[in-house]
Design a protein around this ligand. Structure first.
Ligand SMILES: Nc1ncnc2c1ncn2[C@@H]1O[C@H](COP(=O)(O)OP(=O)(O)OP(=O)(O)O)[C@@H](O)[C@H]1O
Ligand SMILES: [Mg+2]
Length: 238
């Protein structure tokens, strides 16, 4: 099996080398959990190694996206100039998603191999309240990407305590990485787990991670302290 590195230190170790080439992976979590940074890290690290990528943003304008990513040390503009990163703004205010044809043409022209869609909420706006139409839209998007030999990362939102409650779209992806935050005394600790990765071996534990200059860094050898403390408190109450 050919794998592509996610580009996040520690996560590639948990994934035993990365994600399968041509697969579609969901990165999900509550607001501010690091989804956009993780997704850009995938594209940015690939681009730096010579793999061209595309970042479709419906959440932020390209301008603010570049600014936010600069704050974690990702220097996007030079890679855009070289054609290694293509940012596509896909506004949700237009009602219907503008056809995927334009991005697909760019994908062919620039020999793009990695694509991010940030975020799946775009499809919710397009298909309104119909869960079936929404699923069909997502399935069709994933299929088109697979036909173009793209490795796809899509972000989606969920509440923080939803770690093991699944949403209809979760079943449509080959893999799923859940970012969340766990109470730690008077603060929070960031934790991540890989809840599925079809056709490949991976660890299923919760791992702490941090966001700093350089983006996400996962600690695959550490157990989250906050969870050890919570378990200890529960035990002592029994
Ligand atoms: N330079 C930095 N150093 C440390 N942490 C940072 C830095 N820049 C951003 N962060 C953290 O990353 C968070 C934003 O990450 P990101 O935009 O990826 O979240 P998100 O999950 O996409 O959120 P949303 O659902 O709102 O789009 C900020 O809320 C902040 O906690
Ligand atoms: Mg975001």
């Amino acid at each position: 099996m050919e794998k592509l590195k996610f580009g996040i230190e520690g996560l590639d170790e948990i994934l035993k080398g990365g994600i399968r080439k041509g697969s579609a992976v969901l990165v999900t979590g509550p607001p501010g959990s690091g989804k956009s940074i993780a997704a850009m890290q995938f594209i940015y690290s690939g681009a730096k190694k010579g793999v061209p990528g595309m970042f479709i943003t419906s959440e932020e304008t390209a301008y603010y996206l570049r600014e936010d990513m600069a704050s974690v040390g990702f220097d996007i503009v030079p890679l855009e100039k070289k054609g290694m990163i293509t940012i596509v703004e896909q506004s949700v205010t237009g009602g219907r998603m503008v056809s995927i044809e334009a991005p697909l043409k760019l994908i062919q022209k620039r020999k793009i191999k990695m694509v991010v869609l940030d975020s799946l909420t775009l499809f919710e706006y397009v298909y309104g309240s119909s869960v079936n139409e929404f699923r069909k839209g997502v399935i069709s998007f994933i299929k088109q990407m697979k036909e173009a030999s793209i490795t796809l990362v899509v972000t989606s939102e969920r509440e923080s305590d939803d770690g093991m409650r699944f949403k209809p779209e979760d079943y449509l992806f080959d893999g799923m990485v859940v970012l969340s935050m766990v109470r730690k005394g008077s603060s929070y600790e960031r934790v991540l787990h890989v809840s599925k990765m079809r056709g490949q071996e991976h660890l299923i534990d919760l791992f702490p991670f941090q966001i700093t200059k350089g983006g996400l860094q996962v600690f695959p050898k550490q157990i989250p302290f906050s969870l050890i403390e919570q378990d200890a408190v529960k035990k002592s109450k029994k």
